[in-house]
Design a protein. Structure first.
Length: 200
């Protein structure tokens, strides 16, 4: 798949690199596509990766990962332009009590938005394999084909995708995840992960 990552930091850099190494074509949309940091990222991501402006990356990607700080979301989405028909993967979180999901839905009305990867620290996304099985990634979106596509991208990373089914369900999953984070991260640091065991 052709994937754009707007943001090349912890989240965008990790996911974009792993997708490129796994055979997807990736373009990082950056404020400075020629920076030393992007150069280093492209070296690590290999021949399937390239960098461009945010607008170029948005035009390139069939799926676009939005991986910037919450305060930059509005500006980069304006720069990306019309995302009609594109899958927009929203992994951003806000820390002010407001919903990052609502904000991106308001700002990118034409996109096929899938909320995913935001419940996992980048260290787990870098390596989701544990002795007992792989880490679960909760996701949801209104467009079933887009959700299926992002679930496949999650599985390509070695994650165990679970569609929670609705925006309300995701808000509850996020709240539960956040509450557990408060309890578990003091014990296990940032690299613990949850897995949903179910009968198939
Ligand atoms: N870190 C985690 O473990 C984690 C987990 C779940 C969710 N999230 C969410 O994912 C999003 C990204 O987090 P992150 O940790 O990847 O952030 P980060 O490392 O700071 O990376 C953010 C990227 O945004 C781009 N950017 C665009 N405009 C910018 C500006 N004005 N100032 C600084 N950077 C700008 C930069 O890429 P260029 O320099 O190439 O433009 C930068 O690499 C956040 O919304 C965060 O809440 C993070």
């Amino acid at each position: 798949m052709k994937i754009a990552s707007i943001g090349s930091g912890n989240m965008g850099g990790t996911l974009g690199r792993r997708w490129a190494v796994g055979g997807h074509r990736v373009m990082f949309g950056s404020r400075d596509p020629f920076s030393p940091a992007i150069h280093e990222l492209l070296q690590a991501a290999g021949p399937n990766a390239q960098a461009g402006t945010i607008k170029e990356a948005a035009a390139f990607g069939e799926a676009i990962l939005l991986a910037v700080r919450p305060e930059d979301v509005e500006r980069v989405l304006a720069e990306a332009g019309d995302l009609r028909g594109k899958i927009l993967i929203n992994c951003t979180n806000r820390y002010d009590g407001e919903s990052a999901d609502h904000e991106v839905r308001r700002l990118a009305r034409n996109a096929r938005i899938v909320r995913a990867f935001h419940t996992l620290p980048w260290e787990v996304l870098a390596n989701p394999a544990y002795d007992a099985g792989n880490a679960t990634a909760f996701l949801y979106g209104d467009d079933p084909a887009a959700v299926t596509a992002v679930a496949r991208l999650a599985a390509d990373l070695g994650l165990d995708p679970v569609d929670v089914g609705s925006a309300d369900a995701m808000a509850q999953a996020e709240a539960a995840n956040g509450a557990l984070w408060g309890v578990l991260s003091p014990k296990f640091g940032r690299e613990y992960a949850l897995r949903v065991l179910r009968r198939s």
